[in-house]
Write a protein that binds this ligand. Structure first.
Ligand SMILES: *Cc1c(COP(=O)(O)O)cnc(C)c1O
Length: 402
């Protein structure tokens, strides 16, 4: 007997759950790529992407995952030998920095650890020390998916402005776009990087780089801007379909069109509010379990937690044991711990993550939590009682009464 048959739930921080509506939109014959529906669809896709990023400026679309979008952003901003200041709050800032360094960018990393957000006073001191303004751009991740910390992007811009520093502000929103609030123009972000397989609910394969005119002026002299990664031709929505440098990602574009329709129909503010409420339900459960056991939220301050992903500490080997248990017995795949080191002598991890980005509702979140609760009981891992009640109370309080 197994309790895992039935619809499997991939509760990891990307790729996220793909809505049937997106899958169905992609299930079709190859379209005419020269004229008609596909070509006509492009301007609307770009308009809707910009609405989600809350920008009036430009959006370039690439056939790439997030790593490709990282490289695209770096290529259009830097010349070989330019300096970047990278503010790290987890594995992904280091990953972006590695990409830039291999392209010849001189990256200085400030690492704020795995359980804290960027410290603005410390960042201000680093800017003040850069008296000759060698730092061309500051690179940071809004939500680092490995730690689930959420950085205050508006405060990064305020700190740059207060220092009178001209650096371009580059933000990775791959984990959290359309989950956590983000306002590119209001927050003074010059370059923002995203991908389609997390909050945007499309199978991996499309990368996005949003950029403003300030960043495009820097592009004028960026000698790393190679033919494929050049963002300029890709920012022309009318012609974009011709500029994929080869074949357009036809079916991904149909899937993305459906996903953008779903977000528009729900309303971006409602999408954000749904993520916020479901995140609070998850935190309520984990805080209750933690009251009498080793299970701990990686980020203790709720104000610094993402609404898209939650990183947990449970002590080796329980992270891996719990993950194996929910796959085998509940049909739920939890995310692995990433960039965290707490392995037992057999290499089993003490970390795991729950992805709650995109096409996720109360029954899915309550199902994941119920599965974890059963796993804790079955494995004999000590835990506080009442976690599921606490989570369901959050959902109950948020739903309209009557
Ligand atoms: C997922 C993710 C990436 C990498 O995206 P890929 O599509 O896996 O290359 C980069 N940054 C963040 C914050 C992410 O969550």
């Amino acid at each position: 007997m197994t309790l895992s048959n039935g619809r499997h739930y991939l509760a990891i921080p990307g790729p996220s759950v793909i809505p049937d509506r997106v899958l169905n939109a992609m299930h079709r014959a190859a379209p005419n790529i020269y004229a008609g529906e596909l070509v006509d669809m492009m301007p609307g896709i770009v308009t809707d992407l910009k609405a989600i990023a809350r920008t009036r400026h430009h959006c370039a679309i690439y056939i790439a995952n997030g790593h490709g979008a990282w490289e695209a952003a770096v290529a259009n901003v830097f010349s070989r030998g330019d300096k970047a200041l990278v503010l790290a709050t987890g594995r992904f800032a280091h990953g972006w920095s590695d990409v830039a360094r291999k392209m010849g960018v001189d990256c200085e990393i400030i690492d704020y650890g795995k359980r804290a957000a960027i410290d603005m006073a410390h960042f201000a001191a680093a800017l003040a020390a850069d008296t000759d303004h060698r730092i061309k751009a500051v690179m940071a991740v809004q939500v680092d998916t490995s730690t689930s910390v959420r950085n205050d992007v508006a405060a990064l811009r305020a700190t740059l402005d207060a220092a009178g520093h001209p650096a371009i502000l580059m933000i990775d929103c791959i984990a959290c776009l359309a989950c956590d609030d983000f306002r590119m123009d209001d927050w003074g972000v010059d370059v923002m990087v995203a991908a389609c397989q997390k909050g945007l609910m499309v199978p991996p394969g499309l990368g996005f780089v949003f950029f403003n005119d300030r960043a495009d002026a820097v592009r004028e002299t960026a000698d790393l801007a190679s033919h494929y990664w050049d963002w300029r031709p890709r920012a022309e929505a009318q012609e974009l379909w011709q500029f994929f440098d080869g074949t357009a990602p036809t079916h991904h574009l149909y899937g993305l069109r459906a996903a953008l329709d779903m977000i528009a129909e729900e309303g971006l503010d409602n999408v954000h509010a749904r993520h916020a409420t479901l995140a609070r339900a998850i935190w309520a459960a984990f805080e209750t379990w933690n009251s009498a056991g080793p299970l701990e939220l990686n980020i203790t301050d709720p104000a610094l937690r993402s609404h898209a992903v939650t990183a947990l500490r449970i002590g080796a080997p329980h992270g891996d044991r719990l993950r194996e248990w929910t796959i085998a017995n509940a049909g739920v795949t939890l995310g692995i711990g990433l960039g965290m080191v707490d392995l037992d002598d057999r290499g089993a991890s003490g970390f795991f993550r729950v992805g709650h980005m995109g096409h996720v509702n109360a029954h899915m979140v309550l199902g994941v939590l119920g599965s974890i609760d059963a796993g804790l009981k079955s494995l004999g891992i000590p835990h506080g009682k009442g976690a599921l009640e606490a989570a369901s109370a959050v959902c109950a309080a948020a739903a309209p009464s009557g």
